[in-house]
Design a protein around this ligand. Structure first.
Ligand code: CO
Length: 490
């Protein structure tokens, strides 16, 4: 009688989901996702680099760098990257330095990149946010960050997280703040006062979505003023006081803020057999986390493994730390330079590099099966979704699709395909934006999920492990382009 044992070398779906859900709970906004990824990287021995410092890299070591505290790139320098492990050599000798991998050829090692994003749609708190309503309530003025479903933000405990810039003796300092308690709510209007509420009511963010923070004068002694005990003291300034206290400073020392609402509901495993997970921000922290775990578990290879997580995908990627920025190309240039490569080597490295753009995908919805393409039907727990678009909104083509399918086969992980219905526009992602800065072979993938851009999304309980496993295999490989339409994976 044989008992089927778990393979200790493979990711256990239950374990990695538990860790993913904890990561999601601790990462209410991009700043915290980056902070938590940096902590895991450091625990695994990665060295921290700064963009303003001079880079000296050692063969076989991992490093990471952040931009704006909200985007992060980590990479692993292959062993044998230097002819003499102590010091980089200069000139166009990069090929010779990769001798262990060159196999008689002088092609320098390429980059094995996985890019995902760590921002999610949310409501951002405006400047001068407090609004006093009829002297009784304090609400906050908010605006949309990204294109969310507004409806799932109603009638649930919310709180606030982000960063504040504070004045110090030396200048200005960044502090992250997260109010870790149920703090606010956006109450729906009762059905009795809006009989059309279930018939396609149009939501106006400025009117409908302002969260209720406080009763005006709350915290004061009740009953001391008007005949019915109506509080009169204005609570204005309380929100900033709360944020200042959390940051450990005085309100007047706060120079500016980037603060967002977040859903307080914790991530969970559900379904009759525990086959689903649900949480805020699965798009795209599920992919970002699987990429991190695959990166950390990968074996050293001839390729330069690059784990890249961008901010601002949900608002078009056009910021200094977004996929349209120079962040990735700056980092790749500097790695090439630190390995002793010149511009010629950089271009050769790029031509033999590969990008996996990992952003969650739409699974077939049980109540709206007609919304999915008739012949490409990705399901939750069906494995990694490879996304195609004839007009190249997704970067996958026959070459990159074939290469990635081969990676999945080697990893022992199922994959499936996604196309938009031909009468539907679909969303955008970061692959084609990133390749406009770093033009490499690229595939767009993701994990199937439901309710994308809700404040609480649903995905498959087996898929996180599938993606981590496939990306571990990808990061352990070197995809080498021979320039004649053939490729070697090793
Ligand atoms: Co996304």
């Amino acid at each position: 009688m044989s008992i089927k044992k778990k393979d200790p070398d493979r990711f256990d779906p239950e374990v990695i989901n538990r860790e993913l859900l904890q990561f999601l709970d601790e990462s209410p906004v991009s700043f915290y996702a980056v902070k938590n990824m940096a902590a895991e990287l450091e625990k695994a021995g990665a060295g921290r680099l700064t963009e303003t410092g001079r880079w000296q890299l050692e063969a076989g070591k991992m490093y990471y760098v952040t931009r704006n505290d909200s985007s992060l790139i980590a990479f692993r320098v292959p062993a044998g990257s230097f002819s003499d492990s102590a010091a980089p050599v200069s000139g166009n000798a990069a090929g010779a330095k990769d001798a262990a991998c060159a196999d008689g050829k002088d092609t320098p090692a390429g980059f094995q990149i996985v890019a995902s994003h760590c921002d999610s749609p949310a409501f951002k708190i405006k400047s001068n946010a407090e609004i006093t309503v009829e002297k009784r309530y304090i609400t906050l003025n908010v605006e949309k960050y990204g294109g969310m479903l507004c409806e799932p933000w109603f009638d649930r405990p919310l709180s606030v997280a982000g960063r504040v810039m504070i004045r110090t003796k030396e200048g200005i300092e960044t502090r992250l703040v997260c109010i870790d308690r149920d703090l606010m709510i956006i109450p729906h209007l009762a059905i009795h006062m809006n009989r059309e509420a279930n018939d396609g009511y149009k939501i106006n963010v400025q009117k409908d979505m302002l969260p209720l923070l406080a009763e005006n004068g709350s915290g004061e002694k009740a009953g001391g003023t008007g005949s019915c005990g109506a509080p009169e003291k204005d609570a204005a300034g309380r929100f900033l006081q709360l944020i200042a206290a959390e940051a450990g400073v005085q309100p007047e020392d706060i120079l500016d803020t980037d603060l967002f609402l977040y859903n307080r509901a914790k991530g969970t495993v559900l379904g009759l057999n525990g086959e689903f997970i649900a949480s805020g921000r699965l798009d795209d922290l599920q992919c970002a986390y699987a990429s991190l775990r695959g990166f950390l578990a990968a074996e050293a290879s001839c390729g330069i493994a690059v784990h890249c997580v961008y901010d601002n995908e949900e608002v078009g990627s056009g910021t200094k730390q977004g996929a349209a920025s120079t962040f990735l190309s700056d980092v790749l240039h500097r790695i090439n330079g630190a390995l002793g490569g010149d511009e010629e080597d950089y271009i050769r490295r790029i031509r033999t590099s590969f990008l996996v753009s990992a952003d969650n995908a739409h699974g077939v919805h049980p109540n709206y099966t007609e919304k999915t393409d008739p012949t490409n039907r990705p399901f939750l727990n069906g494995g990694i979704v490879i996304k195609y678009s004839a007009n190249q909104k997704y970067t996958t083509d026959a070459v990159s699709g074939a290469l990635f399918r081969e990676v999945c086969r080697r990893a022992g992980v199922p994959c499936q395909t996604f196309h938009n219905r031909s009468d539907m526009l679909g969303g955008s992602t970061l692959g084609n934006i990133s390749t406009s800065q770093v033009a490499v072979n690229s595939v767009d993938i993701g994990l199937a999920q439901l309710a994308m851009h809700s404040s609480y999304e649903t995905a498959g309980a087996y898929d996180t492990a599938y993606l981590a496993e496939a990306l571990k295999t990808f990061y352990s490989l070197s995809v080498e382009a021979r320039g004649d339409g053939s490729f070697r994976l090793r």
